[in-house]
Design a protein around this ligand. Structure first.
Ligand code: ADP
Length: 197
């Protein structure tokens, strides 16, 4: 099963992707994690990505597409995957469609976690506090200033991605304001409604 999870920062994509991954036995592919990992390697493109991520800006499509295309060829992605944080621009969504078509494949579901933007600040702050309580460093981009820029990037670049999938009748909206268990159940119901699920 090939699933795309859309939603603003703090919508709960990572939480639900982990649950879907366990339930369906397919990998959780987070472009944010891939890019943070690339940044740690210290390569020039990794360091460029780090500067953009830490400032709350998007990494250029070409860089992200290169990383995703390589990852989708790994053996564990052959049976499907959950894409979290990708596609984030219409250009990425179009490129993903071309990649899939080349392999005679299609997405099974595009799930959009819808949340009130006013809830995002407290959710992201809770994530930073939880990291601190667990003795981990919070993500460099989990602060109020950077979050505002990430939300803007979402509204400008990623909201049109929802429209892109809605226009081709592939979008399944899910209420992301409910509890994680309720969101999980709503996602399972949305997947069950799909003929290919
Ligand atoms: P969140 O959804 O909470 O913003 P992510 O881990 O998905 O967290 O993304 C963190 C950052 O990584 C983004 O703000 C952006 O800079 C970069 N990033 C992740 N995925 C993409 C993508 N598909 N295209 C461009 N930049 C990306």
């Amino acid at each position: 099963m090939r699933i795309v999870l859309l939603g603003p920062p703090g919508a709960g994509k990572g939480t639900q992707a982990a649950r879907l991954s366990a339930r369906h036995g397919i990998p959780h592919l987070s472009t944010g994690e891939m890019l943070r990992h690339a940044a740690e390697t210290g390569t020039p493109s990794g360091l460029r990505a780090k500067r953009l991520i830490d400032a709350g800006n998007l990494v250029p499509d070409a860089d992200v597409l290169g990383i995703v295309a390589t990852r989708l060829h790994d053996a564990d992605a052959a049976r499907g995957y959950i894409l979290d944080g990708f596609p984030r621009t219409v250009g990425q969504a179009e490129a993903l469609d071309i990649m899939l078509e080349t392999h005679g494949q299609a997405l099974d579901a595009v799930l959009e976690l819808r949340v009130d933007l006013s809830a995002l600040v407290s959710r992201v702050k809770a994530r930073a506090d939880a990291a601190a309580a667990a003795g981990q460093a919070p993500r460099a981009d989990d602060n109020a200033t950077t979050l505002a820029r990430r939300v803007n990037a979402y509204l400008e670049a990623t909201q049109p991605v929802s429209d892109y999938y809605a226009a081709t009748r592939r979008l399944s909206p899910v209420d992301g304001m409910a509890t994680p268990d309720e969101v999980d159940a709503a996602i399972a119901a949305a997947l069950a409604r799909r003929p290919t699920a």
